[in-house]
Design a protein around this ligand. Structure first.
Ligand code: PEP
Ligand code: MN
Length: 356
């Protein structure tokens, strides 16, 4: 590991640094003629970089060397492939997540689930607990929404991703969801991330709209450090000065993430765009930048939607997005995972009735 230290360190600051390096098991060598450059030789554990950055004597880590954090792609290491129901993200597999912003009534949600599945989505999205900017806006249907999702999951045979806002909701959400969503407003909610680190279901982590990529990766690190290795990162647009689009889709960030982490990265063109007319273009851009999937807000009747109606695309538009995804994935030898055909599936088992 290569560190830059402060200039003209006081003796006690230098001694504190050397003691920390020794405690972590490193031998320290100063680069000749460069008293601020320290090379640390030793074991390299995921937590070492942050421990050293906390030390007053250290200005920054120039090269983490062998101290790989858990999200970091080691040179030449393959992608982590995260599987959710029939979907798979990473390692050449691209999957599509689609559905309403918020869970609707059971019949409507079931209809949407069947329609998006028939068009290529392997995972249904839909928030029961909605993170809204105003406490007076629609907050989601809560536990009733989870019940709707449970029924739709069973009847449409599609995996479900839905948001948990609070660590106290994780258990209830986990009884229904195949994947936990952490929204942009909650990316840095550490108690929630720690709780999800203890779960054995994948996590869809959305980038905070003002978070750097390093902050985004460190949020993922909270989940990974808890023992849950299945994190899918989602770029959903960052805030800018220009209100023409709701956010700015950071396609450069997607390409950067694919280089620096082995975790799958997907794109949410809906929250980036804010307008249905822009969703297809942003979906294409995200996939061209290397995204391992998309999450799109889709609704057969956007004017009736409870939240984010302006950005919901219709079913035909989702078919076009799915066709684009197949074409773009094929360009670099990847495949879009298709849901199994309904008629090729075994009938669902009905639990045996208790006798008597
Ligand atoms: C959502 O997915 O509906 C949502 C609220 O997204 P974000 O957290 O990215 O704003
Ligand atoms: Mn939304």
């Amino acid at each position: 590991m290569l560190l830059r230290l402060r200039r003209n360190l006081a003796e006690d600051e230098r001694a504190t640094f050397l003691a920390l390096a020794a405690e972590l098991g490193y031998a320290v060598r100063f680069v000749e003629g460069e008293p601020e450059l320290a090379r640390l030789e030793g074991p390299g554990r995921p937590e070492h970089r942050s421990r050293l950055e906390d030390c007053h004597a250290v200005v920054g880590v120039l090269d983490g060397g062998q101290a790989h954090e858990l999200h970091q792609r080691a040179p030449g290491a393959p992608d982590r492939v995260v599987r959710v129901g029939e979907g798979a993200f990473g390692g050449g597999s691209v999957s599509l997540i689609a559905g309403p912003c918020a869970v609707e009534d059971a019949e409507r949600t079931l209809q949407i689930a069947r329609e998006v599945r028939a068009r290529g989505a392997t995972v249904l999205r839909g928030g029961a607990f909605k993170p809204r900017s105003s406490p007076y806006s629609f907050q989601g249907s809560g536990r009733a929404g989870l019940e709707v999702l449970a029924r739709v999951r069973r009847e449409a045979r599609i995996a479900v991703v839905t948001e948990a806002l609070d660590p106290r909701e994780v258990e209830a959400v986990g009884e229904v969801a195949d994947m936990f969503q952490v929204g942009s407003r909650n990316m840095a909610n550490q108690p929630l991330l720690r709780e999800l680190g203890l779960q054995r279901k994948p996590v869809l982590l959305k980038r905070g709209f003002a978070a750097t990529l390093r902050e985004f990766l460190l949020a993922a690190e909270f989940v990974l450090a808890g023992g849950n290795e299945d994190v899918v990162l989602c770029e959903r647009g960052i805030r800018s000065f220009d209100p023409s689009t709701r956010n700015v889709l950071d396609v450069g960030g997607v390409a950067w993430l694919k280089l620096h982490t082995h975790l799958p990265v997907i794109v949410d063109p809906s929250h980036a765009a804010g307008h249905a007319d822009l969703v297809r273009a942003l979906a294409r851009a995200g996939l061209a930048a290397g995204a391992d999937g998309l999450i799109c807000e889709v609704h057969p009747s956007p004017s009736e939607v409870h939240s984010d109606g302006e950005q919901a695309i219709g079913l035909e538009d989702f078919s076009a997005v799915a066709a684009d995804a197949r074409a773009l994935a094929a360009l670099d030898g990847r495949t879009v995972v298709q849901p199994a055909r309904e008629d090729a599936r075994e009938p669902e088992r009905v639990p045996a009735r208790p006798v008597g």
